[in-house]
Design a protein around this ligand. Structure first.
Ligand code: PMP
Length: 390
């Protein structure tokens, strides 16, 4: 029996640049000691205080069905957080709780794109984006963001692709580049959405991890609250990747319709996870800073190593848990560099190519091992790159 074209076409086929990642996983499985700087997974676990809250909630009986839109307490906590951080008045009616940011990305595009609609996304991109867009029947179209522009999209980059587009997906702070979009970039995004009548899907799951500069949500700009769906998540901010809890913030009418979608798909998020999320948000920035501190620290350590040489370039990034290295001086592609590095030194990094054509000749390093191992790895990467200088 044939499966649907939609599900068979979801991944888009072809090589996706993830070979090195799977090779590293196989090596680990075979007992090889590999330093994995690949996935965006913290090297700390969910804070014990959050787990205690989860346990208290489950033990007191919150193990049944929960409210499909999310429990009032969590919707209120998210709304208060968004209002406080952005100044845009937000209530629980603007919030849908989802099983993580990924489900929120899928649901948001489902809400704004009809079959065959063009959905824009910025390249380099978080690996699931094109598949998510295809998954809702949309036609993904990349807006190329080039290294010489610090991988930020300009108004004209977006406008050139927008004439028939229905939505624009943006991500700041950015995975994979670590770049926090400037005020000018966010202005350009908002202007393009208004002029070309597009929805903005704004993936802000790294909004607590800003090491330099300021995070600006496109929803805060003129005329944007009614055309923006913001994706949020507890995964990165609170090291809760496995708990699967996130949200969509948007106009009430969009949320009403998204609740219908949730009723027919996820049917809510476990109550004890939501209670743990309420507890965690209640702990405020102190807990978020504790979770983000290792990345902030390692970024400084990494910058010091890179400052002492001029073979490997660092994308001027100021957020998230990644460093994007420009290895074009080696003459190798990101794929080749990552593959050879893995063979020679058992260090696994992600080739830029796995995040789209714009990041070719780069590798993404996740700052997800303890400080001294991170420094040793980065120094090894730099020394390894020097060996390829023409
Ligand atoms: N958006 C971006 C940019 C991400 O990096 C990730 C996870 N790596 C997600 C969304 C999805 O995160 P989650 O589903 O765990 O909330």
């Amino acid at each position: 029996m044939d499966l649907s074209k939609r599900i068979r076409g979801l991944t888009g086929g072809g090589s996706d640049g993830w070979d090195v990642f799977y090779k590293a996983r196989r090596m680990v499985g075979a007992g090889v000691d590999v330093t994995e700087l690949t996935q965006g997974e913290h090297d700390i676990r969910t804070d014990q205080s959050i787990l205690d809250a989860m346990h208290r909630s489950a033990s007191s009986g919150h193990t049944g069905y929960s409210m499909v839109p999310g429990n009032d307490s969590l919707r209120d906590a998210v709304a208060a957080r968004v209002t406080e951080r952005t100044g845009v008045s937000t209530t629980r009616d603007n919030v849908l709780v989802t099983p993580g940011g990924q489900a929120a990305l899928f649901a948001s595009h489902h809400a704004v794109c009809d079959e065959g609609d063009v959905a824009l996304y910025c390249d380099p991109y978080y690996a699931t984006y094109p598949g998510t867009l295809r998954g809702v029947g949309a036609v993904p179209r990349a807006v190329r963001c080039l290294p010489e522009n610090a991988f930020e999209p300009s108004f004209s980059d977006i406008a050139a692709k927008s004439s028939d587009a229905k939505s624009l997906l943006v991500n700041t702070p950015n995975n994979p580049t670590g770049v926090v979009y400037s005020a000018e970039t966010v202005d350009g995004i908002a202007r393009a959405c208004r002029e070309y009548d597009m929805w903005c899907i704004s993936d802000e799951v790294y909004d607590t991890q800003v090491w330099d500069g300021t995070h600006i949500s496109p929803r805060t700009l003129d005329g944007m609250a009614q055309r923006t769906l913001v994706i949020g998540s507890m995964s990165k901010s609170h090291a809760m990747t496995g708990s699967r809890v996130g949200w969509i913030v948007g106009p009430e009418v969009a949320i009403e319709n998204l609740i219908n979608l949730a009723t027919h798909t996820t049917y809510g998020v476990p109550g004890y996870i939501q209670d743990a999320a309420v507890f965690a948000l209640g702990e405020g920035v102190e807990l978020e800073d504790k979770v983000g501190a290792p990345f902030k620290r390692r970024r400084v350590l990494g910058q010091a190593i890179l400052a002492k040489q001029n073979v490997v370039g660092l994308v001027p990034s100021s957020g998230a848990m990644y460093m994007m290295l420009d290895i074009r001086n080696t003459g190798l592609s990101g794929d080749d560099f990552a593959d050879k590095l893995l063979d020679a030194h058992h260090i696994a990094v992600m080739p830029g190519e796995s995040f789209g054509a714009s990041a070719a000749g780069h590798v993404r390093v996740a700052m997800t091992v303890e400080d001294s191992a991170f420094e040793v790895s980065l120094q090894t990467i730099v020394d390894f790159a020097k060996g390829f200088q023409p």
